[in-house]
Design a protein around this ligand. Structure first.
Ligand code: SF4
Length: 446
């Protein structure tokens, strides 16, 4: 599929046509918006092919220069050249300040291979509307140290406390990623045993949180898939189902997961104020797996009041999604955001959760006991569901606080490869970590 234009009386008086396989599928007297073009791309293009917007005769809506390099868009999706995008004042939509992100990087190496998730990450936007109370992203380089840029682009005063109220899109990411992948020798790509060369979207935002982010995500995934690169998507947004056609053509090189820590909607809403409900996430995964797309769950972070019955209910829903992998991590009492979680639980009327969180923060040994107990309980409950595999994420502090066999078992868990095979036959299906249930009772525990 490609974009063509015919000039009228002047260069600026042009007709645009979108042509698919020699057939005109749309025409415009005025330049179409980015949204319209990407919609057409979705509707008519080969799922793994991207309508290249660079050097396609498109003009900046503000200065009318041709878009021959980086570009952005305003809130209506009107295309802007890079200079105008950077000068743009941005807008506020539903209380969220939106604009364009000047980030130069396209794809970053990631330490998330330590969780057996990926070796690289791509973040399609900076910021996240979901505004989860426990979110660690504002403390990472994706946000931390970028105060000046955030202030200039979105009037951000404090990136941490304003988290959830700013969003900077990276509209030209698919084009720039495509360019980079064409130039880069595939053998130079980092590939660790646990990360398996996987690219994850996104560790620092939700890549399907709204339509504009989803449009960028589709372009990025199409590029990665067409270069035969395995992709892991993690999203709380049911909108991910819009790209089922793309995932289906990826021959099992894309896996899609969602974070579902609990089905207790009011508690989840308190902790993740603007994210879709946990059941909506589950239903989206159900649609994906029925369409043949590999899926997984991130059961993280689980809350201290959750017991065996809660985990049984959760895992039974997860098993209904097929023979899937569930990543599990108990909540960790660290950082400024832990205090926010505590306050959010209290405000939502979850005094028991708030009290447990407070106690965990004050009493290190109490937290260690809680974390070990949750990891063990989840593993034991998972045994009731044949075909369900749990990949536990024990925290570093747990390892430092234990010794002997228990510490070795936790270390083995950390170093295990997740038992997924979505990146094709012949992939290491990970040495499984040992069960924790017997070891956790041993006397050399702390
Ligand atoms: S969805 Fe993820 S990135 Fe967004 S606020 Fe929640 S934890 Fe942070």
């Amino acid at each position: 599929m490609h974009l063509a234009w015919a000039t009228g009386d002047s260069w600026f008086d042009r007709t645009f046509t979108v042509v698919d396989d020699g057939t005109e599928v749309a025409s415009f007297d005025n330049q179409p918006t980015l949204d319209t073009l990407r919609d057409l791309d979705r509707q008519y293009g080969d799922p793994t092919d991207r309508l290249d917007l660079w050097q396609a005769g498109l003009l900046c809506t503000e200065c009318e220069n041709e878009l021959n390099g980086r570009f952005g868009a305003d809130s209506e999706g009107n295309l802007l050249c890079w200079d105008c995008a950077m000068d743009h004042q941005g807008t506020t939509e539903g209380g969220v300040r939106v604009n364009t992100d000047p980030t130069k990087s396209v794809i970053s190496e990631s330490h998330l291979h330590t969780k057996s998730l990926c070796d690289h990450v791509v973040n399609v936007v900076t910021g996240c509307k979901h505004g989860c109370e426990f979110c660690y992203v504002p403390t990472t380089p994706a946000i931390d140290g970028r105060d000046q840029m955030l202030a200039e682009q979105a009037d951000v005063e404090d990136p941490q406390s304003d988290w959830g109220s700013y969003l900077l899109y990276r509209d030209d990411l698919p084009e720039r990623l495509g360019n980079l992948l064409e130039k880069r020798d595939p053998s130079e790509r980092k590939q660790t045993k646990r990360g398996r060369g996987v690219v994850m979207l996104s560790s620092g935002t939700d890549c399907y949180q709204d339509r504009r982010a989803a449009q960028i995500t589709r372009g990025v995934v199409a590029e990665l898939v067409s270069h035969n690169i395995p992709v892991r998507i993690l999203t709380r947004s049911p909108a991910v189902v819009r790209d089922i056609d793309l995932f289906q053509t990826a021959s099992d090189r894309v896996t899609v997961g969602s974070s579902i820590p609990s089905f207790e909607t009011p508690l989840v809403r308190a902790m993740e104020p603007n994210a879709p409900s946990p059941m909506a996430r589950w239903e989206a995964l159900d649609r994906l797996r029925k369409a043949g797309v590999p899926v997984y769950i991130s059961m993280s972070p689980t809350y201290p009041t959750m017991d065996e019955g809660d985990f049984h209910e959760l895992l039974s829903y997860f098993r209904a999604l097929g023979e899937i992998v569930v990543f599990h991590e108990p909540i960790n009492p660290r950082g400024k955001n832990f205090q926010q979680c505590l306050a959010a639980a209290k405000q939502a009327g979850y005094d028991d959760v708030a009290a447990e969180l407070k106690r965990m923060q004050a009493d290190h040994d109490y937290w260690i006991d809680y974390a070990l107990d949750q990891l063990t309980t989840v593993q034991q409950v998972a045994k009731r569901f044949d075909g369900l595999r749990v990949h536990s994420w024990p925290d570093d502090e747990l390892l430092r606080s234990t010794s002997g066999k228990l510490q070795s078992a936790l270390k083995a868990m950390q170093q295990a490869v997740s038992p997924e095979s979505f990146i094709g036959e012949g992939t290491a299906v990970g040495q499984q970590s040992p069960p924790l249930n017997e070891i956790v009772q041993c006397p050399d525990m702390h």
